[in-house]
Design a protein around this ligand. Structure first.
Ligand SMILES: C[S@@+](CC[C@H](N)C(=O)[O-])C[C@H]1O[C@@H](n2cnc3c(N)ncnc32)[C@H](O)[C@@H]1O
Ligand SMILES: Nc1nc2[nH]cc(C(=O)O)c2c(=O)[nH]1
Ligand code: SF4
Ligand SMILES: [Mg+2]
Length: 207
């Protein structure tokens, strides 16, 4: 995707952008405009956004155009996601979004340094490509996807590396939602530092 990583973030491989309701984690229920960038350096077997993985499928779009589209709706908050959005320099995008007074959230697996102005970092680390320490320390929320009991150990391991102010969430992997949710609920009840997050947008059948 280079060309000097699309001229230092002036252009970004936009997969899709849409105004919806944040479905997961701490900001669940909040209206937000989603900016989804293509390309991922992690590759989770259960990823619900596999269509984003090949960045060559998504022609670069100018930051000004992305921001223009966000401004055209009533949104106050932006979620930058992917794919793995930290693959790209986000200084230019977040600077232009801030000029329009947006609150800026990011969804990341923490595999690359964070760039630009981000108000809220949702870190969802993956064992096959662990997060950078600097992102663990920056995280406002830690959101661990739980597919089996052993992911609870991964959750504990990461919870020891984040800051004291970081909120902790366990989120069932969607395809095993019915089977795994009882274990997550019981775990949170026994370990109340943890909260449960479910992908509410999938129940609402919205993007
Ligand atoms: C598609 S990812 C994109 C952002 C970034 N690559 C990451 O993983 O954090 C957005 C969020 O969806 C979560 N997610 C992806 N597939 C999921 C699934 N099948 N069940 C539950 N959560 C999932 C990820 O862990 C992440 O928190
Ligand atoms: N409604 C809604 N909420 C979300 N929260 C995180 C998402 C993501 O794919 O990053 C997501 C998404 O795809 N849709
Ligand atoms: S890191 Fe995020 S986008 Fe990449 S495969 Fe995993 S869930 Fe999907
Ligand atoms: Mg999603």
């Amino acid at each position: 995707m280079s060309k000097d990583i699309l001229r230092q973030g002036a252009l970004l491989p936009l997969v899709e952008d849409f105004y919806t309701i944040q479905g997961e984690g701490f900001h669940t229920g909040k209206p937000a405009y989603f900016i989804r960038l293509g390309g991922c350096d992690v590759g989770c077997g259960w990823c619900d956004a596999k269509f984003t993985w090949n960045p060559r499928k998504f022609p670069p779009v100018a930051v000004e155009e992305i921001v223009r589209r966000a401004v055209a709706c009533q949104a106050k908050a932006i979620v930058i996601t992917g794919g793995e959005p930290t693959l790209y320099p986000l200084g230019k995008l977040t600077e232009e979004l801030k000029k329009e007074d947006f609150e800026i959230f990011i969804e990341t697996s923490g595999t690359n340094p964070l760039t630009g102005t981000i108000d809220w970092v949702c870190l969802s680390p993956k064992p096959q490509q662990p997060p950078l320490q600097e992102v663990l320390l920056r995280a406002d929320e830690l959101k661990i996807i739980v597919e089996s009991q052993s992911d609870l150990e991964w959750a504990e391991e990461n919870s020891k590396k984040v800051s004291d102010r970081c909120l902790l969430f366990l989120q069932p992997e969607w395809s095993v939602f019915r089977e795994i949710t009882p274990a997550i609920v019981e775990y949170a009840k026994q370990n109340p530092r943890w909260n449960v997050s479910v992908q509410t947008h999938k129940f609402m059948k919205i993007p």
